[in-house]
Design a protein around this ligand. Structure first.
Ligand code: PLP
Length: 290
């Protein structure tokens, strides 16, 4: 039996063992759609409003109909209610262009178990290699059709980069631009620390705005951190006190080895992961929504 919950946007709960998607859905044949991945913890989906805001901007980038956010909120509540509240889960929101020629989007949610790599990434950190993504940082302006900055279903390149890293015996990747600037991970935002200053690369460089980084920056100021956005080069990573890959499910994965170089544990390591926990527990719950 599937260890999975499947709910459609109308709130109907489906048997996750029964085939669901039509063979000609443009999600399957073109990767033509958008998605979000959220952490479910203590019976609640985390940073929901930040994810719904990004779902809306991703859908707009693909000329998909504007998501009905109240319908998504209700369906999220149904899906999370179907999941064992004592267990962490991964909630996916999927919005595709629908069946070929039908003109009607397909919208559904799943909840499933957290991958086993997540616990060790949180606890022990990760090794990372830098890989060139092959685009300039001005790609969003010069080639908006590449949809950088939207969370589309076309993740084959990201997964290929991760397989390449695994082939090298490395856990994860930090992409760099053609001019050698730090971008993001295939499924994460890059964050460095210099003392109590946190720095992340600008989203204008064609990277996805990370909800975990946004939530962290909302709370970090009150905990005596300075939060900055600035271009970074690989040399800045090596010179930093700490490097993390931030993402909704893994949360804060400290980079312990970069391109084969072992990095010392920064003084703020435990404090930072506590702050990310606090951020995802408190930011982007519905009452916050403007
Ligand atoms: N960048 C990319 C390319 C991603 O795929 C993700 C998450 O999947 C992130 C950044 C981090 O975003 P979030 O913190 O919202 O999970």
């Amino acid at each position: 039996m599937a260890d999975q919950v499947l709910v459609t946007l109308d709130g109907a709960v489906h048997d996750a063992d029964v085939p669901f998607l039509h063979a000609d859905d443009l999600a399957a044949v073109r990767g033509d759609g958008v998605f979000e991945t959220l952490l479910v913890r203590d019976g609640a989906a985390r940073t929901v409003e930040l994810h719904l805001a990004r779902l809306t901007t991703s859908a707009a980038a693909l000329d998909l109909p504007r998501p009905d956010l109240d319908a998504w909120r209700s369906a999220i509540a149904v899906a999370v209610g179907e999941w064992d509240s004592g267990r962490e889960g991964v909630l996916r929101l999927v919005l595709s262009r629908g069946r070929e020629g039908a003109g009607e989007p397909t919208a559904y949610l799943t909840v499933g178990p957290v991958a086993s790599r997540v616990a060790s990434a949180r606890r022990d950190g990760i090794s990372v290699c830098t890989l060139e993504r092959g685009f300039s940082v001005d790609v969003t302006e010069t080639a908006p059709w590449l949809l950088h900055g939207a969370k589309t279903l076309s993740y084959a390149m990201n997964m290929a980069a991760l397989r390449h890293a695994h082939g090298l015996g490395v856990d994860d990747v930090i992409f760099t631009s053609s001019e050698g600037l730090v971008l993001e991970g295939p499924r994460s935002t890059v964050l460095i620390s210099r003392g109590r200053t946190l720095v992340t690369p600008p989203v204008e460089h064609g990277i996805l705005p990370g909800t975990t980084q946004q939530a962290l920056y909302e709370v970090a100021g009150a905990h005596r951190f300075r939060c900055e956005t600035a271009p970074l080069r690989p040399a800045d990573l090596i010179a930093a006190d700490g490097i993390w890959l931030l993402s909704s499910v893994t949360l804060a994965a400290r980079v312990h080895t970069l391109d084969g170089l072992a990095l010392p544990v920064p003084e703020i390591a435990a404090e930072l992961s506590g702050l990310v926990d606090l951020a995802v527990d408190t930011v982007g719950v519905e009452e916050d929504a403007a």
